[in-house]
Design a protein around this ligand. Structure first.
Ligand code: AHR
Length: 498
């Protein structure tokens, strides 16, 4: 038996709802088919957006959606994606499979999607192959309410009212696919591009996000911050956040593992690598702390998740992978880590929404399934905008030599109604564990919870879309001010303590 102590007197940062964000790119079947099927599709839709997908995303309270990329963002020219669809310019999607992009999903369609989802928008603009003028005019097009050339164009295209996009990414992976830039060059480019992305509506200022490091590239972070400093002078204007990308890739980049066919050692290797994200957050937070001790800048983990080999027989450029309980474990562990670092991590976006990498939804024509990862987001949604509570878990290690991981992972938060949310992961492949929860200065009058558990490689398929699903937790009891819960191997649990 392990004990988990929750100190309800030690209230920490707000777990911003955006930590539960998602990422959508013009990549494979993410946008086209995954989300957008067009008004004339036989698949039930509202203004071209699949109803089944929108409903499933609303269920997990998707808070923010990043678009249009990814690497695609630095090749995207927004003016090609507005106006009558039959006259929109086509392009080759050189990053992802060399397919023709017909631009039928553009700014208006993305904003409509966010409206239907009830989520914030996060536009990632083009620095790599776009101009300052292009970005500046996109911002004017979306946000200007006065009489201006771009607001008139927007009205001509059927949307007289401005939108209020909240987040603006200034380039993506500009150390790589976004232009292969050096950090000092990018940092100066960021200053220039961000200057001309005006706040047309001061009551809705843009939250500007600079392209941060690839994994552990501390030189990039250091150079960027040095060039942007002093942050205090800049934080309200030019920069509000720095991005960071980290993918969990067991095996190697050249020889990726199957998403579904893996050994127990592969399982532990994957979770070992998932845990590495915490070291990266600590590394970059420490650098940010030196330049920005007030923590006015956010660390934005706007791409994270597993990256396996594509499903056999599918286009290698489409990055379509299945999703198992192993992915669910990665999600549960990662989200607990983000919650615990919510003093600095203010947004995270799982890559990617539908049909790409660690998706919460997969589609096949008119069929749709919720992946095990979707169920983790469902279990964790109660943390959104709650206050992180200090917690201490007795723990032990699991896994073979060289791939040891903490067996248990947790995070706890206080809801505005006074209830306490606890999310727990038992990552052991074989061992059940009992956890006794001891909240300090909190009288437990009741407890309820749900559990997601199955074999390591269990998955949902289009023939059995609900094979993996969460259930009401039976093995939980409250007595004498504490709560006892049994965690089977390979399980994720949420609890609400009243
Ligand atoms: O998510 C797939 C790709 O991974 C993104 O386009 C890019 O930003 C990253 O390298």
């Amino acid at each position: 038996m392990k004990r988990l102590v929750i100190n309800t007197l030690n209230r920490k940062s707000i777990i911003r709802k955006e930590i539960y964000g998602h990422f959508s790119e013009h990549l494979g079947r993410c946008i086209y088919e995954g989300v957008y099927v067009g008004e004339n599709s036989g698949i039930p839709n509202e203004n071209g957006m699949r109803r089944d997908v929108v409903d499933a995303l609303r269920e997990i309270r998707i808070p923010v959606l990043r678009w249009p990329g990814g690497c695609f963002a630095d090749e995207y020219h927004w003016k090609d994606g507005i106006g009558p669809k039959d006259s929109r310019k086509k392009m080759i999607n050189t990053n992802w499979g060399g397919v023709v992009e017909d631009n039928s999903f553009g700014t208006h369609e993305y904003m409509e999607l966010c409206r239907q989802l009830g989520c914030e928008s996060y536009i990632n603009a083009n620095v790599g192959s776009g101009t300052v003028q292009e970005m500046s005019e996109w911002v004017e097009y979306m946000t200007s309410s006065g009489k201006s050339p771009m607001s008139s164009l927007r009205a001509e295209n059927g949307h007289p009212d401005p939108w209020h996009p909240r987040f603006l990414g200034v380039g993506n992976e500009n150390w790589g696919c976004g232009g292969n830039m050096k950090p000092d060059f990018y940092a100066n480019e960021f200053r220039r591009y961000s200057t001309f992305a005006r706040n047309y509506d001061p009551s809705h200022p843009l939250f500007r996000i600079a392209c941060g490091p690839n994994g552990g590239d501390s030189e990039w972070m250091e150079t960027l911050l040095r060039t942007l400093a002093p942050i205090g002078n800049l934080s309200s204007g030019l920069v509000n956040g720095i991005s960071m990308h980290y993918y969990t890739i067991p095996g190697s980049w050249e020889h990726k593992q199957s998403a579904t066919d893996f050994t127990v050692a592969d399982y532990y290797e994957t979770l070992r690598k998932a845990y590495d994200i915490e070291g990266l957050i600590r590394l970059h937070s420490a650098i940010m702390d030196r330049y920005d001790p007030q923590k006015s800048l956010g660390l934005i983990v706007d791409e994270w998740g597993t990256w396996f080999a594509v499903e056999p027989g599918t286009n290698p450029g489409f990055l379509y992978q299945q999703n198992t309980m192993r992915d669910a474990m990665v999600a549960g562990i990662s989200l607990n880590i983000f919650n615990k670092h919510s003093d600095r991590v203010v947004m995270a976006n799982l890559a990617q929404l539908v049909n790409v990498l660690q998706s919460v939804i997969l589609t096949d024509g008119d069929r749709m399934l919720r992946t095990p990862t979707w169920h983790v987001f469902d279990l964790y949604k109660e943390h959104q905008d709650c206050t992180l509570l200090d917690s201490y878990m007795e723990n032990e290690e699991a896994g073979p030599e060289g791939m040891r991981i903490p067996m248990l992972s947790e995070s706890c938060s206080l809801s505005p109604d006074g209830s306490v949310n606890v999310t727990l992961v038992n990552a052991s492949a074989e061992k059940e564990e009992e956890v006794r929860i001891l909240p300090v200065e909190f009288r437990v009058s009741g407890v309820e919870g749900r559990i997601l558990t199955d074999s390591l490689s269990a998955k949902n398929t289009f023939d059995a879309p609900d094979a993996v699903h969460s259930e009401t937790l039976a093995d939980v009891s409250a007595e004498d001010g504490s709560v006892t819960v049994k965690l089977p191997p390979c399980s994720v649990v949420n609890l609400k303590l009243h």
